[in-house]
Write a protein that binds this ligand. Structure first.
Ligand SMILES: CC(C)(COP(=O)(O)OP(=O)(O)OC[C@H]1O[C@@H](n2cnc3c(N)ncnc32)[C@H](O)[C@@H]1OP(=O)(O)O)[C@@H](O)C(=O)NCCC(=O)NCCS
Length: 169
């Protein structure tokens, strides 16, 4: 299976924030943003694997900046690393200034998807070849994040989280 670059899975979803999608402060409701990120990330994972993909976990979400009603929101998702059947997808969220068009980073998140066959059984996916320095950085730290996610889900023992342990040595 031929390796692919993160650029090959890049998925961009641009949409507005409408009144039904906000919280009482008139900012984008967190669950709505999670859904948009899940949608973009799932398309990126599908482009990488060319398979049916399911969300296995949401590893990290940082709602660092509120997104006001009427904002134009761009969600950009790319597969940052693939393991055997799972893929880590990095999502960056931007809002743009109405007058200048200047983009500001509002949020980011990391999701894990698993490629499955028609019966829902995990299947192998191509590797990722990172190109830019940011892609290389995200690729390098992905194994640590996978181990943390599996540890929190009770799927591995602390002793098996070798990359995480190495952080404290
Ligand atoms: C995701 C799913 C396919 C994993 O099935 P499973 O029986 O745990 O399969 P495995 O143990 O073989 O794990 C498959 C891969 O997922 C990874 N994985 C499983 N749980 C994970 C978690 N919590 N965090 C990160 N990776 C995880 C495993 O490490 C493995 O990766 P690898 O093959 O790249 O090494 C299964 O749990 C599932 O179908 N869940 C429902 C998914 C869904 O419906 N999502 C939508 C939400 S409503």
């Amino acid at each position: 299976m031929q390796a692919k670059t993160p650029e090959q899975s890049k998925t961009i979803l641009t949409d507005m924030v409408l009144p039904g999608e906000t919280n009482p402060l008139n900012n984008l409701f967190g669950g709505e943003l999670l859904a948009r990120m899940d949608r973009a990330a799932s398309i990126a994972a599908r482009r990488h694997s060319r398979r049916i993909v399911v969300t296995a976990s949401v590893n990290h979400v940082a709602f660092t900046k509120a997104v006001p009603l009427g904002s134009v929101v761009t969600v950009e998702a790319k597969v940052s690393r693939a393991f055997k059947t799972s893929m880590e997808v990095f999502i960056d969220v931007w809002i743009e200034d109405r007058e200048s068009g200047e983009r500001t980073k509002a949020n980011e998140a990391i999701y894990t998807f698993v490629a499955v066959d028609d019966t829902g059984r995990p299947v192998t996916v191509p590797e990722v070849t990172p190109e830019t320095s940011l892609e290389k950085e995200r690729f390098a730290a992905a194994l640590r994040r996978k181990q943390l996610s599996l540890l929190l889900a009770g799927k591995i023992k602390p002793n098996d989280a070798t990359e995480l342990k190495a952080l404290f040595e």
